[in-house]
Design a protein around this ligand. Structure first.
Ligand code: GRF
Length: 195
């Protein structure tokens, strides 16, 4: 029998996507298991979900480079963590740092990200507000491969949600998150199958 595929989830915040992925793994819908949860934010909500699901969690020190950039030593630490946990696929879920070489090349084609807009529209921050201010009638989320740019890699899946008359930013974002929680485990499972 072949070895079960191993996923690492990286996040800096609440971890609602991590929760959806952990649930999918527990219910046998992920096509693999979550080996480790990694955060750069001590005490981040995502750590609670790791605990709830009995998955090892590691808090990394991003270093002092600023602007979302990770220190060289942190990238090295991340790579050796992935080796230690035999990770096949790296899943970014609200990880507020820019992943770069040598980590990027070591995991080329095996790092996914989820972004709350229909890329290439609205990369970066405050995506929902910017979409609403521009008068868009729909937005959504994008799951893509990570490359050296910010929110620029090959798009694997997009889910669209409407922006309705009288909507608040919070309401639209909640609609996007619902779509994220549905789509991310599915795309991870497809990707694992093709590794
Ligand atoms: C998600 O909306 C994702 O699109 C963005 O960061 C958010 C993370 O949310 N990259 P959560 O921590 O998974 O709740």
């Amino acid at each position: 029998m072949s070895r079960e595929k191993q996923v690492a989830i990286f996040g800096s915040g609440t971890g609602s996507n991590a929760h959806a992925i952990l649930r999918a793994a527990r219910e046998g819908r992920l096509g693999g298991q979550v080996a480790v949860v990694v955060t750069d934010v001590p005490g981040a909500g995502i750590l609670d979900f790791a605990k709830e699901f009995g998955v090892p969690a590691v808090t990394i020190d991003p270093g002092k480079r600023g602007g979302g950039r990770l220190a060289d030593e942190t990238l090295e630490e991340m790579e050796s963590l992935m080796l230690r946990f035999s990770v096949d696929l790296v899943v970014l879920a609200g990880f507020m740092r820019i992943v770069r070489d040598p980590f990027l090349s070591a995991f080329e084609g095996r790092i996914l990200n989820i972004h709350p807009s229909l890329l290439p529209k609205y990369p970066g921050l405050h995506t929902v507000r910017r979409a609403m201010e521009a008068g868009e009638t729909e937005t959504g989320c994008t799951i893509h491969l990570v490359d050296a740019g910010v929110d620029t890699g090959q798009i694997l899946r997009q889910e669209r949600v409407p922006i309705l008359e009288g909507d608040t930013e919070r309401a639209v974002y909640a609609r996007i998150q619902e779509a994220e929680h549905r789509a991310y485990p599915e795309v991870i499972s497809e990707r694992l199958e093709n590794l």
